[in-house]
Design a protein around this ligand. Structure first.
Ligand SMILES: NC(=O)c1ccc[n+]([C@@H]2O[C@H](COP(=O)([O-])OP(=O)(O)OC[C@H]3O[C@@H](n4cnc5c(N)ncnc54)[C@H](OP(=O)(O)O)[C@@H]3O)[C@@H](O)[C@H]2O)c1
Length: 335
């Protein structure tokens, strides 16, 4: 198996390497691709050093599976070309709502892979991926009517540069120095910014609309979802406060048991000090953690949850690699 990672030097690219390193997947040739800024630098993988190649001159036909993790503009420009002879798994938002491109969380909707039309598979937005993995077993049992979600998202969701800036800003605040935000619309250190991605005419941000549209595409078009997405000074992992209204009545025991038994979910929910998962607890872990499970008695069939997951893993690299594993398991290597 020959694999390429476009954007190999970024947050998601490096995480993809970490995930592949731990998997048993046999890799004959690995190609690491990025911009001219990092061409020539060396990255270690399974004990061997690989030199980063420049995207503009990379021959895509060398790889059977190509992970794209370099942003929407790069996917727009290069993914279709790469998909002529290879399978593209794209982390950007560019193809997610394309009806000919399946948007996949393998545990939730791997059957949608049957509808591949152009050798491109989209990986969902990080906030959506962790949400649908917790919603799926509950939707199967009690039928979700409406979801209200507020997110508490880490800076790593914006890439490596915002992560570095959070550290720099924090030091500056502690040293009493003046801050000029470069990757955020306001100071992020010791703050909360209710704005991720661009504003749409409706007043919702694109990040919020992605959560609505992607949940419908992955899980069920009939689910109504409204979101407020907030960036916090957290390095890694996104948390979500989720209010769900079901069509059918439920019991907390059945909710808990459905979540406990669903692949990829882990319930940590004790009603004592510290009996819940936080972003730091989720960092580096593959599971989506579910805590604070309780009934919302202000609406009919209402439930409240707290969901936390490592955005670079479930929200990106791990999910992308699991898509590749699913394709390989089904002997699907493209049209
Ligand atoms: N972070 C998350 O939680 C997350 C979750 C889901 C999806 N995604 C998506 O995944 C993608 C990557 O995000 P990230 O967080 O990894 O970003 P990042 O840390 O900023 O990394 C960007 C990567 O893209 C490369 N790149 C940038 N411009 C390029 C160009 N002109 N030609 C070739 N390579 C170029 C960079 O290479 P250089 O080192 O050469 O600059 C770097 O390897 C984005 O589409 C993002 O929306 C991210």
């Amino acid at each position: 198996m020959n694999i390429a990672i476009v954007g190999a030097t970024g947050n998601v690219g490096r995480k993809t390497l970490e995930v592949l390193e731990k998997k048993e997947l046999e890799i004959d040739n690995l190609y690491l691709v990025a911009s001219s800024r990092s061409a020539g630098i060396k990255i270690k993988f399974r004990g061997k050093e690989y030199e980063v190649e420049e995207l503009d001159s990379f021959d895509f036909s060398k790889a059977k599976i190509i992970f794209f993790a370099a942003g929407g503009k790069i996917s727009e420009k290069f993914a279709e070309k790469a998909s002529k002879n290879s399978l593209v798994i794209d982390n950007s938002s560019f193809f997610r709502m394309d009806p000919d491109v399946p948007l996949i969380v393998p545990q939730v909707n791997s059957e949608d892979l049957d509808s591949i039309k152009k050798n491109i598979i989209a990986n969902p937005n990080c906030s959506t991926a962790q949400l649908v993995i917790a919603l799926k077993p509950l939707h199967d049992l009690f039928v979700i009517k409406r979801v209200v979600v507020s997110t508490y998202q880490s800076v790593s969701g914006g890439g490596k540069a915002p992560m570095d800036e959070l550290i720099e800003q924090t030091k500056f605040v502690l040293d009493g120095k003046k801050i000029v935000s470069k990757n955020f619309t306001k100071q992020i250190a010791f703050n909360a910014i209710p704005h991720i991605d661009k504003f749409s005419d409706s007043g919702y941000t694109k990040e919020e609309l992605k959560m609505t549209n992607e949940t419908k595409k992955i899980l069920d078009d009939k689910i109504d979802l409204t979101a407020t997405c907030v960036r916090l000074p957290i390095s890694i992992s996104h948390a979500e406060s989720v209010n769900i209204q079901f069509e059918k009545p439920f019991s907390l025991e059945k909710v808990r048991s459905a979540l406990e038994n669903f692949e990829g979910c882990k319930v940590i929910d004790e009603r004592v000090d510290g009996g819940y998962a936080t972003p730091l607890d989720a960092e580096g872990k593959n599971e989506t953690f579910i805590s604070r499970i309780r009934e919302d008695k202000t609406i009919k069939n209402g439930l409240n949850l707290w969901i936390v997951s490592d955005n670079l893993l479930r929200g990106a690299a791990l999910n992308a690699v699991e898509i590749a594993e699913t394709l390989i398991k089904n002997n699907y290597y493209g049209k």
